[in-house]
Design a protein around this ligand. Structure first.
Ligand SMILES: NC(=O)c1ccc[n+]([C@@H]2O[C@H](COP(=O)([O-])OP(=O)(O)OC[C@H]3O[C@@H](n4cnc5c(N)ncnc54)[C@H](O)[C@@H]3O)[C@@H](O)[C@H]2O)c1
Ligand SMILES: O=C(O)C(=O)C[C@@H](O)[C@H](O)[C@H](O)COP(=O)(O)O
Ligand SMILES: [Zn+2]
Length: 357
């Protein structure tokens, strides 16, 4: 479970396949006893990634469902579109949905499948770094609504995940960096050696070994707490502030932040809070985190006039209980503390710290 064996990582009732994984997909499709196959893509993955998947379909028929690319389309409207297509194409309960894309496709596709006819099987073929190391694994499915990230969703595990490094050749470098933010998060919450390795690696296209290390860290945490009652909140480090900044940017900037860019900002703020609130992280640890994250990610202008709106968004975070804002902080590089209540003033101070860097 904690290692890669035969290019496979075992999760909760399903396997994550690495290397040669599209042949595993072909086997899965061949042996699965499914009545119909559906492939979900977005407008770019249908061009760049679908051909590689199609090669493995060798004669099997499938129906293609395509959504518009981008976070702004991770909505109920596109989900309804997917449900309608499933109905029109005659999907039954023995159908399989194959999500080929980044986190938007795997989140929305997983949600559509987990609710269609009360749930049909789905598998993920993640095509971005972010979806390979994070979104495709662990069973969080969902869509955004009313400017709240992932507010509607389910915990439903895929039947398998097929990670193929070849997809990353066409991925823009900004998207590679977006996924790197979640990899760095995995180091920060759980593995200081991995954090060091990432700092010193060529990350233009992350190696399958680094991707596997991230999946192992995420998978270990998910297995311990699949529905986020406690320790899974570790995977949300950087996301209290990060999701607020991401949503704000989505609603206000023409060229909005990627998920990873926003989480990088959130990780700086929440690392600062970790020191400020004596969670354990040292000043040196904070400086190291800031140095690394500001090297990878361009500075984003967070204006003080937006702090109020950002706090309102943080109040809607799913980790909160009652009226408090609940963060995951760092005990050290490689160790976390969940359920750390932060006041609005503290959160504003952390944003000021980021803004002044
Ligand atoms: N469920 C989870 O556990 C989880 C974890 C992390 C993030 N997420 C969610 O994932 C989403 C972000 O996912 P993402 O970063 O993959 O973004 P994304 O799905 O929007 O993909 C980014 C862009 O890359 C394009 N693309 C995808 N693969 C490509 C390829 N191989 N070549 C060329 N272009 C390609 C897409 O069309 C899109 O334009 C967010 O909604 C986030 O909330 C979910
Ligand atoms: O898998 C998890 O658990 C995570 O929190 C991973 C995050 O990187 C991811 O962005 C997730 O979608 C956030 O979930 P949410 O419950 O905060 O919406
Ligand atoms: Zn994330």
């Amino acid at each position: 479970m904690d290692t890669v064996q035969n290019n496979t990582i075992e999760s909760i009732g399903y396997n994550v396949y690495l290397n040669d994984s599209l042949n595993e997909l072909a086997n899965f499709v061949e042996q699965g006893n499914y009545s119909k196959f559906f492939i979900l893509t977005d407008e770019y993955t249908s061009v760049h990634c679908l051909p590689l998947v199609e090669e493995k379909f060798a004669g099997k028929t499938y129906d293609l469902i395509e959504i518009n690319a981008g976070e702004e389309n991770k909505t109920i409207d596109f989900c309804i579109g997917v449900w309608k297509m499933l109905i029109d194409f005659g999907a039954d309960r023995h159908s399989l949905l194959i999500n080929v894309g980044g986190g938007v496709v795997t989140d929305l596709g997983g949600f559509a499948a987990s609710t269609f006819k009360r749930g049909i099987d789905f598998v993920n073929v993640p095509t971005t770094v972010l979806s390979q190391v994070d979104a495709s694994v662990g069973g969080k499915t969902g869509i955004d609504m009313d400017s709240i990230k992932n507010i509607i969703g389910t915990f439903t595990q895929p039947k398998a995940v097929f990670i193929e490094q070849a997809f990353l050749k066409t991925l823009p470098s900004r998207e590679i960096l977006s996924g790197l933010a979640e990899m760095l998060k995995h180091g920060l919450i759980a593995d200081a050696d991995y954090w060091e390795a990432l700092k010193n690696s060529d990350l233009s296209i992350p190696s399958t070994d680094l991707i596997a290390q991230s999946v192992i860290i995420k998978n270990r945490i998910v297995i311990s707490d699949p529905t986020e009652k406690s320790h899974r909140k570790a995977l949300n480090f950087g996301h209290t502030v990060g999701h607020a900044v991401e949503t704000y940017s989505l609603d206000n900037d023409a060229d909005h932040l990627t998920h990873g860019e926003a989480i990088a900002i959130g990780m700086i703020c929440e690392a600062w809070l970790s020191v400020k609130k004596n969670a354990g992280l040292t000043e040196d640890g904070l400086n190291d985190i800031v140095k690394v994250l500001t090297r990878f990610y361009p500075k984003y202008k967070v204006k003080e006039s937006t702090f109020g709106a950002l706090i309102e968004l943080m109040k809607k975070d799913k980790k909160n209980e009652g009226n408090t804002i609940n963060c995951t902080l760092l005990k050290a590089v490689g160790a976390y503390q969940i359920n750390q209540i932060c006041t609005e003033d503290e959160l504003c101070e952390s944003l000021k710290y980021y803004a002044a860097l």
